[in-house]
Ligand binder design. Sequence first.
Ligand SMILES: Nc1ncnc2c1ncn2[C@@H]1O[C@H](COP(=O)(O)OP(=O)(O)O)[C@@H](O)[C@H]1O
Ligand SMILES: [Mg+2]
Ligand SMILES: [Zn+2]
Length: 540
Amino acid sequence: MLVYKALYRKYRPQLFADVVGQPQVTVTLKNELMAGRISHAYLFTGSRGTGKTTCAKILAKAVNCLDPQDGDPCGVCPVCRGLDDGSILDVVEIDAASNNGVDSIRSLIEESNFTPASAKYRVYIIDEVHMLSIAAFNALLKTLEEPPAHVIFILATTEVHKLLPTILSRCQRFDFRRIAPEDIAERLELVCDKEHVEIDHDAAMLIAATADGGMRDALSILDQCIGRSTGVINYALVAETAGLAGRGHLEELARCIQQGDRSHALEIIDALYKASKDMGRLCEELAGYFRNLMLIKTMKDARAVVNAAGEELDRMTKLALSMDLSAILHGLDAFQSALSRMKTTNKRTEMEMTIIRLCSPELDTSPEALLRRIEALERGGALRRATAPVQEGAVAVPSPAQEEPEKRREETGKQTPRSGSAPSIEVLSQNAMPFEAWPEIIAIMKNYSHSVAAAFQGSAAYVSGEYMLIEAPQIAFDLLKRASQRDKMREAIQQVTGRVYKLGPYKPPTASPDRAGKPENTLDQFIRDMRDAGVEIEEK
Ligand SMILES: Nc1ncnc2c1ncn2[C@@H]1O[C@H](COP(=O)(O)OP(=O)(O)O)[C@@H](O)[C@H]1O
Ligand SMILES: [Mg+2]
Ligand SMILES: [Zn+2]
């Protein structure tokens, strides 16, 4: 009978060289084995599915192999083969989660006093070692103090903080990391190749992001995808399999919140409700979506932790960059508290109230909402109030404040005077802070073009809200008129700061009145009043 073998079992690495993304473990172990340095107690820690058991098995084989190859087991000698087929019993795996009593450890220790039957070392792999009872721990500890010469313990755990310091101090410790999404995707592509299955790179990256650094989960998701697919494994199939399908409404709702469009938001919720969407689940998903936005907004490279890839990730990134961090945190907070209230209230009503509050911070008197309003004012724009009904199917147009001034200039072919709520360069410049790392940006630009870098010789930059204001000779600005140059500049800035800034010219405050002597502008006044009222305001 043909027995189906799960991919993650079928593709368990047999050599250190095949273990992905853990060089701090595999290279070190190989070097030590080659030098003949063997410990009697190892501790492997790290999150699930990162290779702890895999490496423990390889290590157990490598120390016993009759013909090791650069620290790796040969895989073909009688001992390697005997360990593989189970005819040699000197490698013992114990799951502490199910054998956690002192008796099982005692009998194990007793047994360890007998020399190994056929192999050089008797190796005990104790998985989930943090689950042992206190008594069992103490018994193990005694043995670890004076282990018999032919015994090796490999302890593995996902929760190292639960181990006693006395255990830790007796083991050589190896920390397994979450595996980088690129590394996971590469391995998935290799497995697909061997299985004669086609997979898109986007799809492999989405699996990797969903697996959160664990190879076992990644391979399990791939397994399910293969089971469902009839052709190429693509992004949509992965999204559907991993339960991420149809997240378009989350993006749309987030956009409504960003634009203050509560009427459209309520329409979406109504449609979802009529389609039998559970409102609690929706709330959870929205919290997850806002968490992604938060990570994108605050991390230099959030790809590894954000549960999305490809175009979806691009759109999410754009949205995150167009929102203030306080608005994102406000959303996350609001959905999380709504979720806990939903246990006792009507879920739909709770969902609607939450959405209305988030779309209309002017109705919301919580400190988070006030902070959002302040930030909107700081940007020079007011949050649009959605009092006018939104036409069905109408495409939301970003308010002028959210658009780049340069872009509008380009479109109209001339310098349009800034109108409405867009911030003026003068106001932005007045509130700007010197940007110290500017020379780093110019150094990056130099790699791209020497002449561009030369034009920015002696330039300086200032940060003001979402803007990076540049003080440079006219020739430099002439260069920046080209979109490709601006993109390069923005990329360089993002590389250094982790943020996408809008670009603008810096206008130094005119020499006349001393800034300190000037009456405070109303925004400063407003912020101070808020502070006095006990509202915490982050300086950006
Ligand atoms: N670093 C890795 N490189 C390649 N495959 C891995 C790696 N880590 C885990 N795997 C895959 O996941 C499966 C489970 O890994 P395992 O070593 O049992 O994880 P754990 O860290 O939970 O003990 C393996 O059989 C293998 O297919
Ligand atoms: Mg394991
Ligand atoms: Zn061998």
